[in-house]
Structure formats: structure tokens, C-alpha cells
Ligand binder design. Structure first.
Ligand SMILES: Nc1ncnc2c1ncn2[C@@H]1O[C@H](COP(=O)(O)OP(=O)(O)OP(=O)(O)O)[C@@H](O)[C@H]1O
Length: 304
């Protein structure tokens, strides 16, 4: 069996007193997309830099396409596509020139015009990099990362600064990489990006792994449902929480939320409880948990 495209074991990254990555392990199976999801400062870029060979880990190890990212840097680089957060290529060169230059480094590059078309950049082919908008620069950086037909792509917040249309185009392009057997490790703090693109999600919080799984596994874990009931405010919900062994909160006046693993029986129990309390129920709504619910619960939604 082929080894994983990326294998990270107990990686630690320190900046002086700051421990940015604190013992993270993960693997990216070949031909799959893994999203590193986390708030600002969670340690995503630092971990990516270790995988890219731009810095050595202060602890643990990383293997990329079976090689050591630093010792085997020269062998590895032609097989990787790297899109940095600030895609600073040559600011005075045009988009077309930049892409052609990077294509010339590759043994079997993609067709430059096709790539410009795919990313909606054809009309900017003669525009200098520094004259492109932030989102257009991002798209060009993505094109640069992909032009050499890499086996593995590292994307650091690939859609940051893009408008909705460009984001959609980028997602489609990244999705099509998987169909071509390319492996992708990307960072994002966009939940919908992780949910719609990734086969596996690793939620990082404060330098550690807070949770890991497929988007479906993450949302199914520990109670998948939310039940929202509208009735009069101020009901004594503690007894309902006890009875159901679920989390019951009054989120706004008369807006009750019951979170737990709920089936038809427990639904009936909830409504019976409201009836016994003499409450007038005016609305009932069930909702599956989203990745956002899981993410906020794990990271407390806070930017440190
Ligand atoms: N060169 C550096 N020197 C000192 N501290 C750094 C350096 N680079 C990053 N850090 C710190 O390490 C922590 C992790 O940063 P990192 O950039 O890896 O996080 P991130 O998850 O990629 O964040 P973002 O989403 O904002 O890009 C932060 O607290 C950051 O301030």
C-alpha cells in the first residue's frame, strides 16, 4: 500500500517562549483533501511550513511523499504545489509572464492558457501582478501552485480575499484535483470551505488538535440534533435537562434549544414536558448540527 502523502507525528513549533504547535499528529491519505481548520493564531501556518520544509520542527517529525521535507527538499520541490498566504511573486511581471515562468520550471506543465481560463484570469494575462486586486493575486498564486502538475498541494487560506464567484471557482478547481489523484493539505478558517471541500478535517485550537474526522463524523459526534421550541419565557428547564440528559438552554426569551441525541421518543418527551408545564408551544424546529456548531463548541468561538 502507498504511504500517506503527508504524515505528521507529534510536531512542535516554538517561537521563543511561544509554542505555536504543541504536539500535533495528522496524516493526509493520497488523493484526498485535508482541511486544517482553526482560528487566527491556532498554529495552522506554522504546521504547514514544517510540511513544506520551510522550517524544521522543534519536536516530532514530518514525512511528505515519503521524504523528509528538509533533507530531501530538492527532490521534493518539483512534486509539490505551494500557495503561500501572501502570494508575493514578481510584482512587476504580468500574470501571464509569471505563470509561464513557473510552467517553464516544470517537466510536464499544464497548459497556461487553459489555467488562466479556468481561474478567470485570461483578461489579466497582460496585467502586472501589483495591479491585480487581492482576490486576483490569490487566484494567480493558486495557478502558480498548480501549473507544474504537483502530486501534493499545500494551500494556505486559498480563498482569503476572494469574492463569492472566485471562491466557488477555486473550490471547483481544488475539488477537481482530487479527481486527478492529487493530495491537498489546506488551511482555512472558513467552515463552509472545510465542509464542502475536505475529506478529513482537523480542528486546531491553540496549537493542538481539538477534533478530527470527516465532516460527517464531526457533526455526528456527541449528539447530532438540535431541537428548538418557542413557548413562553422563563420555564424551569432544569427538570427537562435532567429528564432527557440533554443540554437545554433558553437562548432568547421563550426560545428554547435542546441539544443532544434526539429521536422520535425524546421529541415526544420534550413536547409532553412543555404540555405538563402548561406552556403554549408556538413553534418547533429540528436542525442537524453543522460543523459550525461543533467548531464553536470546541474552540469557544474565541480568537485568542
Ligand atoms: N515568526 C513568528 N515569531 C513569533 N511568533 C510567531 C511567528 N509566527 C507565528 N507566531 C505565533 O505563533 C502562533 C501561531 O501562528 P500561525 O501563523 O501558525 O497560526 P495560524 O493558525 O496560521 O493563524 P492565521 O489563521 O492567523 O494565519 C500565533 O500565536 C503567532 O502569533
Amino acid at each position: 500500500m502507498l504511504e500517506n502523502a503527508v504524515e505528521v507525528r507529534d510536531v512542535v513549533v516554538k517561537y521563543g517562549e511561544v509554542t505555536a504547535v504543541d504536539g500535533v499528529s495528522l496524516s493526509v491519505p493520497r488523493g484526498s483533501i485535508l482541511a486544517l481548520l482553526g482560528n487566527n493564531g491556532a498554529g495552522k501556518t506554522s504546521l504547514l511550513q514544517v510540511c513544506e520544509g520551510f522550517r524544521g520542527p522543534d519536536g516530532g517529525s514530518a514525512r511528505v511523499l515519503g521524504l523528509d521535507p528538509i533533507a530531501d527538499h530538492d527532490d521534493l520541490m518539483p512534486r509539490l504545489g505551494i500557495m503561500l498566504q501572501s502570494g508575493g511573486v514578481y510584482p512587476w511581471a504580468t500574470a501571464g509572464e509569471i505563470l509561464r515562468l513557473f510552467a517553464s520550471y516544470a517537466a510536464d506543465p499544464l497548459d497556461v492558457d487553459m489555467l488562466l481560463d479556468r481561474l478567470g484570469l485570461r483578461k489579466f494575462a497582460k496585467t502586472r501582478f501589483r495591479r491585480l486586486s487581492g482576490g486576483e493575486q490569490q487566484r494567480l498564486s493558486l495557478a502558480v501552485a498548480l501549473v507544474g502538475r504537483p502530486e501534493l498541494v499545500f494551500l494556505d487560506e486559498p480563498t482569503a480575499g476572494m469574492d463569492v464567484g472566485a471562491r466557488q471557482t477555486t473550490w471547483e478547481l481544488v475539488d477537481s484535483l482530487r479527481a486527478d489523484g492529487v493530495s491537498v493539505l489546506l488551511t482555512t478558517h472558513l467552515l463552509d470551505e472545510a465542509e464542502s471541500l475536505a475529506d478529513h478535517v482537523v480542528i486546531m485550537d491553540n496549537g493542538t488538535v481539538a477534533a478530527t474526522g470527516t465532516p460527517a463524523e464531526l457533526t455526528a459526534a456527541a449528539g447530532i440534533d438540535l431541537l428548538q421550541v418557542r413557548a413562553e419565557p422563563g420555564l424551569a428547564i432544569a427538570t427537562l435537562a435532567e429528564q432527557l440528559d440533554a443540554k437545554v438552554t433558553e437562548d432568547g426569551p421563550g426560545e428554547y434549544a435542546i441539544a443532544g441525541t434526539l429521536d422520535t421518543e425524546s421529541l415526544a418527551e420534550v413536547l409532553a414536558w412543555f404540555a405538563r408545564a402548561g406552556a403554549q408551544v408556538t413553534a418547533v424546529n429540528t436542525r442537524r448540527r453543522t460543523l459550525e456548531d461543533v467548531y464553536l463548541a470546541l474552540t469557544a468561538g474565541a480568537t485568542r
